[in-house]
Design a protein around this ligand. Structure first.
Ligand code: 5MM
Length: 341
């Protein structure tokens, strides 16, 4: 393992003004997104949609540091035969790959899951590296509910995240470690804080046990935020203040960067939260976005599967990428959204 190189890639992934596009929707998830805009989820449509994003010159060259791909996409070529990976590289962004194989029910733990995909991972990583991937992603899913999460679910998921991260670094690939505490319930922000704190502490404990070099990874956490169904929704300032307090308590300064998931937040809300965090003073790590839905909802709607809407889709993507790029430096203002509208 060349740690200097891994650290350089991780640092570039969280460079100020830039963040990561999570375009790694598995077949089931992209079908749901396409259903919502009335587009059939065929291989060609998925390719056309992602090609539209990766050819968005302004977004890709100025505000996107890296793209997380799904297995199908990393092997696909654009309409003119150029591999999609090459389109990403030529824009200056770094190609990455989702390597987990989704979740399975966790035995003895009703309602909880464990993320799988470690079998043959070393061989798969080798092929992805040859294809151009320089970072990878693995997402663990932790739900908050009555009596959950159990320590069992937190522990097995942290163990798998660390196993994956060690295998990535051995293959000269930067691991994005994503332990997502879902915001789907009716819990308040303090419960989210408490659960996320347990999850992060256990994850870093496992990373240390399995000798993962913290300097060569990126953390992709949820924010400390109210559950979607909670009657009392925390303000932007409270989310920012509690998230930074939580991360300072749990994430060692050796980690080069933290890139948030959006988790179902509205587009502007996800931008405002990141921006407010940067208003709180200097931070020990790079802090940016690795949004899926909060970057793609607008371009998906604008595109709606029609070739004549490609420019509109690219404008919508570039706008959200620019807004989040500004937020990653604490330079976003809501008036910029209104001006664009
Ligand atoms: C883009 O969505 C990713 C893939 O999800 P599935 O495996 O369920 O298809 C997802 O892991 C994503 O990278 C993160 O959850 C962040 O995306 P959001 O939409 O929460 O920002």
């Amino acid at each position: 393992m060349n740690l200097t190189e891994l650290n350089g890639i991780a640092t570039a992934m969280v460079a100020p003004g830039k963040g990561i596009l999570a375009a790694d929707e598995s077949s089931g998830t992209i079908k749901k997104r396409f259903d919502a805009i009335g587009v059939e989820s065929t291989e060609a449509n998925r390719r056309d949609y992602r090609e539209m994003l990766f050819r968005s010159r302004e977004a890709m060259s100025q505000y996107i540091s890296g793209v997380i791909l799904y297995d199908e996409t990393i092997w696909q070529a654009a309409g003119d035969g150029t591999p999609l990976v090459k389109l990403i590289e030529s824009s200056g962004a770094i190609p990455g790959i989702k390597v987990d194989e989704g979740t399975q029910a966790l035995p003895m733990c009703p309602g909880e899951t464990v993320t799988v995909g470690l079998d043959k991972l070393a061989e798969r990583l080798k092929k992805y590296y040859e294809r151009g991937a320089r970072f990878a992603k693995w997402r663990a899913v932790i739900d908050i509910g009555s009596g959950i999460p159990s320590m069992t679910a937190i522990s097995v998921n942290a163990h798998a995240l660390a196993r994956y991260a060690a295998l990535c670094q051995a293959a000269q690939i930067v691991p994005i470690v994503e332990p997502e505490v879902l915001m789907d319930g009716d819990h308040d922000i303090d419960r989210c804080y408490e659960v996320t704190s347990r999850v992060l502490n256990e994850t870093f404990q496992e990373l240390r046990v399995q000798r993962v070099a913290l300097e060569g990874m990126v953390l992709k956490p949820n924010m400390a935020i109210s559950g979607k169904k909670c009657a009392k929704q925390a303000s932007v300032e409270e989310v920012a203040e509690k998230t930074i307090r939580l991360l300072k308590a749990c994430v060692p300064a050796a980690v080069p960067g933290i890139a948030f998931l959006s988790g179902g937040q509205a587009d502007e809300e996800a931008t405002a939260h990141l921006n407010a965090m940067h208003k709180l003073g200097r931070l020990p790590w790079g802090l940016t976005f690795s949004y899926g839905r909060a970057l793609q909802a607008a371009p998906q709607k604008a595109w709606s599967g029609k070739a004549e809407n490609v420019a509109a889709g690219q404008n919508a993507f570039s706008h959200r990428a620019r807004m989040n790029g500004l937020a990653s430096k604490g330079e976003w203002q809501s008036s910029l959204e209104k001006k664009a509208a």
